[in-house]
Design a protein around this ligand. Structure first.
Ligand SMILES: [Zn+2]
Length: 538
């Protein structure tokens, strides 16, 4: 049985760029567009030419890609001709393969927001589609507030969609613009639309305001729609858009969809999706969501000792995917199985974790019992190794005698000073001095920072002598502090997330009653981990 083609339309760079706090540069947009293209996305909506300088320059030249580079714009303004609308002209002039217009589909909005007649809105849709087709572009119409509009006046909402389709638009996209529609309504309404417009010309654009954007996208596909619009990691204004990073693996790995549909994403590209998801967060300077389905660090993490030992039994019996505890094999999406090390876990977890990081240790090796005791003791005072994979690996390596003493910090001094500047304003300045011994060399570095931990970090990484070249790509991407057992006995737990030129992320931990000391431990672990993984000589 031949499978039907289902198309993916990414709007990370247009709707996703509406997210609070997100501001893509042209370079960001190009990087992300190429990443989407490699993934196998069919349409990449890169922005709104004419609306801002970044988007205008993106579309100022041809961007050769497998995907159809799509420009977003409004249908012509009411009361103007298509040839006399500067906004429309900017969109038509864009170097794009396709144009996605947004048009009103709710009679109430036509009257109140557009302040025009229903007929004039239909004419605007027809004229805009015709003008873009005349320029040789493939045309899509995003029908704004389609579901609310359909509930209020089905005949008019449908007339808007039909106007675009009859004029030759390749796709009519039904938008749940405020994200409030529920899956059963989406399914019913899309089914009704597909009686008038063939489903292979109908798309769905869902927002996540009831956390059902992914479910709504699948509801639309079940009812006949054949294009899904969404964003990487569900980026988008308010609660976001439908998350393509969850939708794509579901389409590829769940038989209900995989047996029925082909998408542009190959099995090999699917293995890159974890990386793609993390790279987007890097571009945004945010830490990846560890609980994200399929791609999060915890997506295939098992804590309970009994599950971990069952998974190990399956692995040792030669069964490749421990299907009894995992809904899909983690490597299909480029993720990793993770068996958590924690105080409730036994030897089986520990062995499995050592196995994963490449240590072959016999289960009766006495060092294993010592490592387990050490982990338990440390977790009792506040360490959390399941959240700090790199610190765990170092602890294990140290117990097995495999971490060289690259350098020693003989002394550090951190000061925080508040003073009044020349303008009479209070300013706080932090400074750190670090004395490091590398081999026979004693190196002293000083640095200022926007806070004491930052100053300490900068000073520590300023000069590590012969090891300096190994840590140049090291970057701290996240710093989290938690106060445990609040009260006079409080201790501080610091988690630091780092990355480097290879794109690998790792987390290290420090615990102490003193926040600087806890931060120092986590910083040191991060640097030493980087030296170990770069193969720095002892
Ligand atoms: Zn939207």
């Amino acid at each position: 049985m031949s499978r039907e083609r289902l198309y993916l339309f990414d709007t990370t760079l247009r709707d996703g760029a509406q997210t609070n706090g997100v501001d893509f540069t042209l370079a960001d947009k190009l990087t992300i567009a190429h990443m989407l293209d490699e993934l196998g996305i069919d349409y990449i909506e890169a922005g709104y030419p004419g609306a801002n300088p970044t988007d205008t320059s993106f579309f100022a030249e041809k961007r050769p890609m497998h995907a159809r580079v799509t420009a977003f714009g409004m249908t012509r303004r009411p009361g103007r001709s298509a040839s006399n609308d500067p906004g429309l002209a900017a969109v038509l002039a864009a170097e794009a393969d396709a144009i996605c217009f947004v048009g009103k589909a709710w009679d109430y909005h036509v009257r109140v927001a557009l302040e025009t007649t229903e007929e004039e809105n239909l004419a605007s849709i027809r004229d805009s589609v015709r003008a873009a087709k005349a320029k040789g572009r493939e045309v899509l119409l995003d029908c704004e507030h389609f579901f609310d509009g359909y509930k209020a006046n089905p005949a008019y909402a449908l007339a808007c969609a039909k106007a675009a389709y009859d004029e030759g638009a390749r796709w009519v996209v039904l938008c749940d613009t405020n994200g409030g529609t529920l899956p059963h309504d989406v399914e019913n309404i899309v089914a009704e639309v597909c009686r008038e417009i063939p489903g292979d010309h109908v798309g769905i654009h869902a927002h996540n305001d009831t956390e059902q954007a992914v479910a709504n996208s699948f509801a639309a596909v079940r009812a006949g729609a054949r294009q899904i619009q969404g964003t990487l990691n569900g980026l988008g204004e308010r609660c976001g858009n439908a998350n393509l990073v969850s939708i794509i693996p579901t389409l590829k790995l769940k038989p209900e969809y995989a047996e029925k549909f082909d998408i542009g994403v190959s099995d090999a590209a699917l293995k890159k999706i974890t990386r793609v998801s993390h790279k987007l967060e890097e571009a945004l300077n945010r830490a990846p969501n560890r609980y994200a389905p399929y791609v999060g660090e915890s997506a295939f993490a098992t804590k309970a000792g009994i599950h971990a030992s069952a998974i190990m039994k399956e692995l040792h019996a030669g069964i490749d995917d421990p299907a009894s505890y995992e809904h899909v094999p983690p490597d299909t999406v480029g993720n990793k199985r993770k068996l958590l090390v924690s105080d409730q876990a036994g030897k089986a977890n520990l062995l499995a974790e050592l196995d994963r990081i490449g240590f072959a240790v016999d289960k009766d090796d006495p060092r294993l019992a010592r490592l387990l005791d050490e982990v338990k003791e440390r977790e009792a005072v506040g360490y959390a190794y399941e959240a700090a994979d790199a610190s765990f690996e170092l602890l294990a390596r140290r117990l097995l005698g495999k971490v060289p003493r690259y350098f020693e910090v003989e002394k550090f001094d951190v000061s925080v000073e508040q003073r009044v500047n020349a303008k009479g304003e209070p300013v706080t300045v932090s400074m750190a001095v670090v004395k490091v011994k590398v081999g026979d060399d004693v190196l002293i570095s000083a640095a200022e920072g926007n806070g004491p931990v930052n100053a300490l970090d900068v000073a520590l990484r300023k000069d590590l002598g012969k090891y300096q070249s190994y840590i140049t790509g090291l970057e701290l991407t996240d710093y989290r502090v938690r106060i445990l057992n609040a009260g006079t006995e409080a201790v501080t737990r610091v988690l630091i997330e780092s990355t480097d030129e290879s794109g690998e992320h790792w987390t290290t931990i420090g615990v102490s009653p003193n926040i600087i000391d806890a931060s120092f431990q986590a910083l040191m672990d991060s640097i030493v981990y980087k030296l170990v993984k770069s193969g720095a000589p002892a």
